[in-house]
Ligand binder design. Sequence first.
Ligand SMILES: [Zn+2]
Ligand SMILES: [Zn+2]
Ligand SMILES: [Zn+2]
Length: 321
Amino acid sequence: MPRVRQNIITNEWVVVAPERNHQPAHHAEKMFSSEMKHIYPCVFCHGQAAWHQRYTSLDTKDIYVIPNTYPAFQDKDELEAVGHGFYNDSHSYGDHEVIVLKDPRDKLNTLKPAKLYELLKVMQGRLQYHQKETEHRFFIPIYNHGRDSGASMAHPHAQFFGSDVMSPRLERELEVTKNYYDDKKECVFCQMIKFEQDEQTRVIYHSEEAIAFTAFAPRYPFEIWVMPAHHNMSFAEATEKSLEGVAKAMHRVFEQLDQKLSNPSLNWFIHTTRSIDKPYDESFHWHIEITPRLGKQGGFELGSDTTIQIILPEAAAKLLR
Ligand SMILES: [Zn+2]
Ligand SMILES: [Zn+2]
Ligand SMILES: [Zn+2]
């Protein structure tokens, strides 16, 4: 029988209908390889165009940071006033940077925990910088991996976005989880971690510092959430120990996805508050959402903003353990 499950962080419902998956091993057996061909000359490679524009003071052993050449958001002084009568049409104020892995042979699916940690540290540094130097409300570090992820360049890289426009998705998470806290005086994420550890059926990996599990009510098949085990609302405030633990959890997840689903295309992104968002201090808990891109959404999904999942999250976790 199909069921509906609620995402406790957003209050959204999803339909879970495993009977619609006519071949039981459907996803496991398909080849999802997301390989993209690294083409030379590559603008991100050492010595090329991007390399010369990099913020040299931000260089780490394996990573450099550049402003995006074709940004989605820009600094205020670079923009002219616009208007559109009846419609709202405004400046796109914000930040858009590219965080490039220096070695073109690096691949997310086989990246070592130490390099994932280095990447998280650079992302955290950009958040710390931009939340201090700008008034932007919304920040999101992201990584696109593979052909179907929206990545336009094969050279491995992450991106950092900041914007004056608040994300409705994050705003919703903040509101719903704040309501939960006001009602129960507990962080819903901390409660979720306890419940997942007790139940075990969706857990892929856990340690003292971090947990990775398939989402109870996912938007994407094999959607995985990675959370620091200790309460902390902002990624900007995460300790080195916590980030090391999260990097190990991510490594395990990417390794399993690589081996069991033949390296699928995926996106991952960090949901966090700014350090100054004190109203959410107790109620929000920063986390990473990993969304493999295994299928395409249909009219029902797009029209209703509700997804139908044919892979049970429990079956997905079992495969990935
Ligand atoms: Zn390259
Ligand atoms: Zn918490
Ligand atoms: Zn989230």
